[in-house]
Write a protein that binds this ligand. Structure first.
Ligand SMILES: Cc1cc2nc3c(=O)[nH]c(=O)nc-3n(C[C@H](O)[C@H](O)[C@H](O)COP(=O)(O)OP(=O)(O)OC[C@H]3O[C@@H](n4cnc5c(N)ncnc54)[C@H](O)[C@@H]3O)c2cc1C
Length: 292
């Protein structure tokens, strides 16, 4: 039922062209994670820039460096959202940054989540399962937004969200709204605090518990730590979801974003231009190779 052509990359016209943007708004999400709304210096470019759910930009902090960051959505004013965890030089400089800071942006790059597959044939009704771990929900947030807008086109939508602690649950303030729009949100944490009344345990246990009434017409999308995704895929296939209906977003250190430098190569695939979203059966054999 699935078709890998729906993952075809959408390329920016000149991938080397860096556009000037400035930080227009910063929202503290969870400890160490913030969302940045970026505004293009050029109004024409702001109008022309288009992306699909799952794509990423290369964000350049002058004098520090460039990092791949997923586009996590768009504000009501059309500003591009990026949700970023501070882990090193570039992301740390952004963490220290403030509204008004100028950045460079190249993009959009990479493949997209297979939303067209869900919507293209109204006679086929899909169930959707989204499994996210920690900041892995960022590249999937546009999927949730799209499913809310096209809720009548799919049957069930389940979002299983796992985090280390309750305060690490990304976009938690949005979950009631998502639930009101027909997204069945279930959360679980590795370590509870005194106030937590929900599930404790890894997100794969939530997938084990989930009712999957029609596995053959269920599409699963997952993003999070690679070890989490490996277990998610195993459980999903064990629950009867066809391997070709399983999609995941991979992450590797990356430099050029256009398949020249080879930093993000996984076997014959380049994460930057063939991914970051992959149909699982296209990468399964390479994910089995340790350290690849
Ligand atoms: C397609 C794609 C989308 C991404 N989307 C997001 C996002 O939405 N939000 C977000 O916070 N991060 C995202 N990342 C990860 C982000 O690119 C890295 O965290 C960032 O480049 C680190 O840069 P730095 O200069 O801050 O850290 P550095 O100082 O370069 O590195 C800090 C440490 O992190 C390691 N590291 C750096 N990049 C990666 C990586 N890609 N994978 C694993 N380890 C890495 C380094 O080896 C080092 O140990 C994405 C990565 C890819 C490939």
């Amino acid at each position: 039922m699935s078709d890998s052509s729906v993952l075809q990359s959408i390329r920016s016209e000149d991938p080397w062209q860096t556009h000037q943007v400035k930080i227009s708004r910063i929202v503290d999400e969870t400890p160490g994670v913030k969302t940045y709304d970026l505004e293009f210096a050029s109004a024409d470019l702001a109008r022309a820039f288009q992306f699909s759910a799952g794509q990423f930009n290369m964000l350049y902090v002058p004098g520090v460096g460039e990092s791949a960051i997923s586009i996590s959505g768009q504000s009501e004013r059309g500003l591009l959202r990026h949700t970023i965890r501070s882990v090193g030089a570039v992301t740390g400089a952004l963490d220290q940054g403030s509204v008004g800071m100028s950045l460079g942006l190249r993009g959009p790059f990479g493949s997209r989540w297979p939303l067209e597959l869900l919507y293209r044939d109204s006679a086929v009704r899909w169930n959707v399962v989204i499994v996210a771990g920690g900041i892995g929900l960022a590249p999937l947030r546009s999927v949730v937004t799209s499913l809310m807008q096209h809720r009548d086109r799919v049957d069930r939508v389940d979002l299983l969200m796992g985090a280390r602690t309750p305060s690490d649950l990304l976009y938690a303030s949005q979950y009631p709204l998502w639930s009101d729009h027909g997204v069945n949100v279930q959360t679980t944490v590795d370590r509870a605090d005194d106030a937590w009344r929900g599930h404790v345990g890894v997100v794969t246990l939530a997938l084990d518990r989930l009712a999957i009434p029609a596995p053959e017409s269920t599409l699963l999308m997952t993003c999070g730590p690679e070890v989490m995704m490996r277990y998610v895929v195993q459980v999903a296939i064990g629950r009867g979801i066809p391997v070709s209906n399983v999609y995941l977003a991979l992450e590797r250190n990356m430099n050029c974003a256009v398949g020249f430098c080879g930093h993000c190569q996984l076997g014959p695939q380049f994460i930057c231009k063939d991914g970051a979203v992959f149909q699982y059966d296209r990468v399964a054999e390479f994910l089995r190779v340790p350290e690849l």
